[in-house]
Write a protein that binds this ligand. Structure first.
Ligand SMILES: Nc1ncnc2c1ncn2[C@@H]1O[C@H](COP(=O)(O)OP(=O)(O)OP(=O)(O)O)[C@@H](O)[C@H]1O
Ligand SMILES: [Mg+2]
Length: 325
């Protein structure tokens, strides 16, 4: 049974909808890589899965009690004075903010506050969760009492990752997790995901990371989400075939449309015999043709041949679509 599914969702911010009656389901223990060109809607998809954004139409069906955590695409904004421990404690689903406040009271030397909070933490059984928090912070190579201010983008993303992990989610959503990370941390994350007992859905442009971790690849493209079983290489093959079939179908459609346009332009004799239903069908075909052009925008419908020739791509590049043209 799926732990989370999107059924025929529709979401639009502009003329061309981001999701146009798209469906997608996540199974227990799934490992799904989300791919797609810039602005296709990948980050929005993760926010819908997290429940942060509601689609305009369609159903989001979530298994009861499912714990979901999301790593954002960008490093967290740090405005106030905060330590790594205090920030990551906020990821603990119940009473995490109490532990966070406790750490800050220690940091600020406010002993009255820390004694009072300590009693509350005892009462709510939060201390039991502290060990796991410290363990995860340590695993990522951080120290709980480090100040967030002054940390680089890479370190801030590690902090955000630790915060997502401490919630012990059933579903972990990672938005471009390898961005800003050094190779050692990327390898650590690969192992972490392999051993993680919940499901992981991650957006990535990193071919080697996808190949190491994903069981399937979901492609966000012109309002739809298409799933391909296997790794990135299997996805490229599948996508190439899907585009080939689409091109054949489009050509066939265009040929029929031009035949109908020629028919309607015929002389008086033909016009006398023209049928209403045929004219209605032609009008519908014109609309469909216009919508397809709008969906396409300036996306060039070709999988990058360099990828198919087996040349590897560098990290953090977006190789499978040629934009423009
Ligand atoms: N709240 C919003 N209001 C209006 N437009 C939005 C909103 N959120 C996203 N968009 C637009 O929707 C489109 C998809 O955004 P999204 O961030 O989901 O894309 P993405 O696939 O994650 O792109 P990237 O690869 O650049 O991270 C973009 O054109 C974006 O500007
Ligand atoms: Mg994004």
């Amino acid at each position: 049974m799926s732990i989370l599914s999107l059924n025929e969702i529709y979401l639009s911010y502009s003329a061309a909808p981001l999701f146009d009656h798209a469906s997608f389901a996540i199974e227990e223990g799934d490992r799904v890589a989300i791919v797609g060109r810039n602005g296709a809607g990948k980050s929005t998809l993760l926010k819908i899965l997290e429940g942060k954004i509601k689609p305009d139409e369609g159903r989001v069906i979530v298994k009861q009690g499912l714990r979901v955590a999301r790593l954002e695409q960008d490093p967290p904004m740090v405005s106030e004075k905060m330590t790594v421990g205090a920030y990551c404690a906020l990821g603990i689903p119940e009473n995490g903010e109490l532990l966070s406040k406790y750490y800050m009271s220690i940091e600020q030397g406010d002993s009255a506050q820390s004694i009072s909070l300590s009693a509350k933490l005892e009462e709510h059984g939060v201390w039991q969760k502290e060990g796991e928090l410290q363990r995860i912070i340590g695993l990522i190579g951080l120290k709980p009492d480090t100040q967030l201010k002054g940390l680089s983008g890479g370190w801030l993303r590690k902090v955000a990752l630790a915060r997502a992990l401490v919630s012990n989610p059933d579903l972990l959503l990672l938005d471009e997790p390898t961005n800003h990370l050094d190779i050692t941390t990327i390898e650590w994350l690969q192992e972490f995901i392999k051993n993680f007992k919940g499901a992981v859905v991650f957006i990535s442009h990193d071919r080697s990371f996808i190949n190491a971790v994903a069981q399937r690849v979901a492609d966000v493209d012109r309002g739809k989400i298409l799933s391909f079983v296997g790794n990135y290489d299997a996805y490229l093959e599948g996508k190439k075939e899907a585009l080939r079939m689409e091109e054949i179908a489009n050509k066939d459609f265009d040929r029929r449309l031009s035949e109908e346009e020629a028919w309607i332009r015929k002389g008086i004799k033909a016009r006398l015999t023209r049928s209403d239903s045929r004219i209605r069908r032609l009008k519908a075909m014109r609309v469909e043709h216009k919508e397809r052009r709008a969906r396409l925008g300036n996306v060039n419908l070709r999988v990058d041949d360099r990828e198919l020739s087996g040349k590897s791509c560098s990290r953090n590049t977006k190789p499978w679509f040629k934009d423009g043209g």
